[in-house]
Write a protein that binds this ligand. Structure first.
Ligand SMILES: [Zn+2]
Ligand SMILES: [Zn+2]
Length: 388
């Protein structure tokens, strides 16, 4: 089969690889009908995540049809149309039973590696380095799906792929980010980063009752899409985000702040170069620029929610502000499976049509070009969906 594989920094190739086979009794093989490129994969593309190996198959946002099931699979059959959650979760460990699926203790065979680097190992994740298990990803014609009973949602109504595909990651990720803010009537929510997760965080914040959402980015097309979703926007290259947020909240700050940027943040000013320098000297792994500003801007007693990806150590973390402002910080890889049902219901009721985020459609064979366009934020690119 054809698959999009990693060969090094900014080097993706679509090549022929062996078809996947059932390895475990709870596995299924899915014939992929749609797959997307995720912003978090740019960290792999730009070689920020160690333990990638040449030939690793990319992709953790995908859906398709089940064509084969292992002998222990109970609730899925050949022919089922399913969306697959990006974290691989067993469904019966301590954390899975609490529906904290991204913390599954049984799905990452390389947990020891991740523990060394991150301080803790997340669940296995498709196509996301050997730190998270070395699982083959879904930017391929076929993919092996472990624990298919737990890790998939069956699509039984007539939605298009683009309407449900993002249940795999970015919709639940944006939704969980907003849900963690415990939004109350009249609340103002500020969101750093208007990439796909930020876009879903904006819409989710409104679904959960926010009165006002202020979105911060620098790319016009992203700010435009944010405004389409009802947000007010700040271009941080034209105005100081912190000052503006203070102005529009009467000096108090937003009730909650979401960092949907993560470890490769940009910002004008000397602090950015400070972080770049520390990164180059390997004395800091992540640039927490958006996180610092979110903490400083958030009102006293408010919540800072962090769906943005961080992998290691950060510097100049304003812990004094966190403590003295009595902030709550909530974060985590998304427990995507937990959100399958409620979010599919919201799509069914017409409260949201997730396909709004798609700006580019292409063939899987063009994946390397897709990564290039997405990485350079060219051509108004926000979200790419590929079909084999
Ligand atoms: Zn993702
Ligand atoms: Zn588990």
């Amino acid at each position: 089969m054809k698959a999009n594989c990693w060969y090094g920094k900014r080097d993706m190739r679509v090549v022929d690889v062996p078809d996947p086979t059932i390895l475990n009794r709870h596995d299924a093989i899915v014939k992929v009908t749609s797959t997307a490129i995720c912003g978090s994969e740019l960290h792999l593309y730009n070689d920020f995540v160690p333990t990638m190996e040449q030939g690793d198959i990319m992709g953790h946002e995908f859906m398709g049809e089940i064509i084969e099931v292992g002998p222990a699979v109970k609730d899925r059959r050949v022919g089922d149309r399913v969306v697959v959650a990006f974290p691989i979760s067993c469904g019966h460990c301590f954390f899975c039973k609490k529906e904290l699926y991204s913390l599954c203790e049984n799905s990452n065979p390389n947990a020891w590696m991740a523990e060394k680097l991150f301080g803790h190992s997340p669940a296995g994740i498709y196509g996301y380095s050997h730190l998270t298990g070395g699982f083959a990803g879904g930017q391929a014609e076929y993919v092996r799906v472990p624990f298919v009973d737990v890790g998939t949602v069956k699509i039984e109504t007539g939605f298009t792929d683009e309407q449900v595909l993002f249940l795999s990651d970015i919709f639940p990720t944006g939704y969980m980010a907003a849900e963690q803010c415990n939004i109350q009537e009249g609340d103002t929510v500020a969101i750093w980063g208007c990439g796909p997760v930020g876009q879903f965080a904006i819409r989710s914040a409104f679904l959960l009752g926010a009165e006002r959402v202020i979105a911060i980015d620098r790319f016009p097309e992203r700010l435009h899409m944010a405004r389409d979703g009802g947000a007010d926007t700040i271009n941080y290259e034209e105005a100081d985000g912190y000052d503006l947020l203070m102005q529009v909240t009467g000096g108090r700050g937003p009730d909650s702040c979401i960092d949907a940027v993560g470890l490769e943040a940009h910002m004008p000013g000397p602090l950015y170069y400070y972080d770049r320098l520390k990164q180059a000297m390997m004395s800091e792994s992540d640039r927490p620029i958006a996180l610092r500003q979110a903490i400083m801007a958030c009102r006293n007693g408010g919540t800072v929610s962090v769906p943005g990806v961080y992998g290691g150590m950060i510097d100049k973390m304003p812990m004094g502000a966190v403590m003295n402002k009595a902030l709550t910080i909530k974060t985590g890889q998304t427990h995507a499976q937990h959100y399958f049902k409620p979010l599919l219901e919201r799509i069914g009721k017409g409260e949201i049509d997730p396909s709004f985020v798609v700006t580019h459609r292409m063939k899987l064979a063009d994946a390397p070009q897709g990564f290039d366009i997405f990485n350079r934020k060219e051509d108004g690119c926000i979200k790419i969906v590929m079909t084999p």
